[in-house]
Design a protein around this ligand. Sequence first.
Ligand code: ADP
Ligand code: 3PG
Length: 612
Amino acid sequence: MVLQIRMRFVGQLALQNYWSHTTRGVHVTTSARHGFFRNNQNRLLFEHGKLCSLTGSNIKYLSNVGTGSAESEFRPEPSGLQLESFHVRDMYKVAVNAVEPKHMVENVLQFDKFPSILTVKDEVYTVDHNVYVVGFGKAVLGMARAVEDVLGEHIAGGILSIPRGQRTILAEKDKGDLLLTADTKIQVYEGGHSSLPEKAAHEAALAIEQLLLARQKQDLVIVLTSGGGSPLLPLPQKPITFEDLVAVTKLLVRRGASIKDLNAIRKNFERLKGGKMIDAAHPAKIITLIISDVMGDNLSMIASGPTVREQVTAHQCLEILSRFGVKQQIPPTIHAFLQQQVADEESRVRFKKPSDITTIGGPGDTKGPGKDQVQNVLVGSNAIACNAAAERARELNCLPYILTTKMGGEAKGVGAMLAKLGMFMLMCFDRKMSKQTNMLKLELDIVQHGVTKQQVNEIIKLVDKALNMERDAVIITGGATTVNLKGDGTGGRNLEVALGAAIQLQKFFNLSKPRPIADITILSADTDGEDGPNCPAAGAFINENFVIEAEMEGVSCEEYLDNNDSFGLISSVKGGSNLVVMRMTGTNVMDIQALLVRNLQRVANQPNAKQF
Ligand SMILES: Nc1ncnc2c1ncn2[C@@H]1O[C@H](COP(=O)(O)OP(=O)(O)O)[C@@H](O)[C@H]1O
Ligand SMILES: O=C(O)[C@H](O)COP(=O)(O)O
């Protein structure tokens, strides 16, 4: 059977072509150096005059690559996009659904109506129209709705500080179950959409402080915290002003400060963070329900630990400001605030024994006020999302391996590492390839990036198993990378991970002659649905062809990356079809990466491979 396909030229290509598809394969003649053909269903990609990839509604996998001739195998595919991209996106979406805030909170609240007893893990509370709810973060709206559903009329009041536009977006996405009830007693402030605090969030923080200061012994305060809570609760210590707080945050964010460093600063400079909320609510009891967006789920870090006591010293803050080279640029009020603290700390050390300087309620404190007043409960984390992604991978006939839920480091470097890992796995699938590329060097690079030797061995075993079981292999990672901002483009860390991966894959493919047949797909996306400020995408997925595809459209990945314009680039390639667009999800457990490496031998062995 011969299939004739009408094609149109894309880009400035001078191609002479003849393409027929028979039971045995695809035959191509081309004078193109680079380029691709595309019609509605099919895409042919050339590099250096050679056919290097073919994707389409029912054509994939070339077993012999070279100018003029190639064989293909039959495989059904949805709507012209590669199946792997559907798989990795599916894993990501299932992961996000698994950490939807409402059911995570419902899991830990057990309420007996008669006689009005609330049980949270091992703690028991008497409830009688005495519950106040405060919350700040990207996931607290759905969390508050769960509290409303469980405690109903017993809620006497409350205040939430959430990202701007979140209610509208969730309503538009048909996520009414994450919105508050019609007769809610909880007031909502919307403001802030990034690490930088905004005025509306400051007003929310002032209102929350007022609500807490008015609490009595018989009251129960439920504090809902989730990632993104820190910038949604800005309340500076005097004499620091709100504007000063914005200024110092801006300086640190631009220098690529991690959330750990930012939050250390916030705990010292602000009056509801680092456990200070316990004092504000005293003598009421507090239950804090937490969805984690920090690696390792350290509760004092999430939303800057409002109910977890930790004192950050002036010296620690000065070290952070120096490390990022911004010490000379901080506003004078902050300078004065820190100098005063240094003087206080020094006089305390001079006049007291070391055993006396333990912070009351801090680590090691057993008798400070508020010790029994607060119950901090972790209800959701990145690990839950990664496990769900792995489970989905199994359902999709892949063998998954969760490499880490603490993936940190510079975004594009992490992308490059994932690409190297993908190449390494490809060679494990097909040892012949290791003759073309130095496998040992790849392994060393991966280990240098923090993957342990034991993990490498486990990945090798995973690939062996995938070969035996005729499955594809998937590596799942979770965490949050950082970006050292230099340019003024639009983007986010996940888009930079994807671009870093694409560039690294292209380097391999340029070096390896002939160009290897590979199928490596890498997705990186933020579970909150928005990757970076003003970025309409959650992340992106790429494969080994992405850089060439970008070049075909006249754009250079490196240039865009240098300007931190990862969104600008990926949205302009193939109409942005590599973007993962979610809009706000109403949850936030950092990011997810999925690296899918196809077992090409499995595909070659498929019974329907020769149906065409
Ligand atoms: N143009 C950009 N390209 C890449 N990353 C960016 C860009 N602008 C900001 N970022 C990064 O985005 C991060 C903030 O993202 P955001 O979505 O606001 O917060 P969250 O960490 O809660 O997801 C910061 O780490 C910042 O360095
Ligand atoms: O933008 C930020 O600074 C982070 O989202 C902060 O996260 P956090 O609210 O957990 O501190």
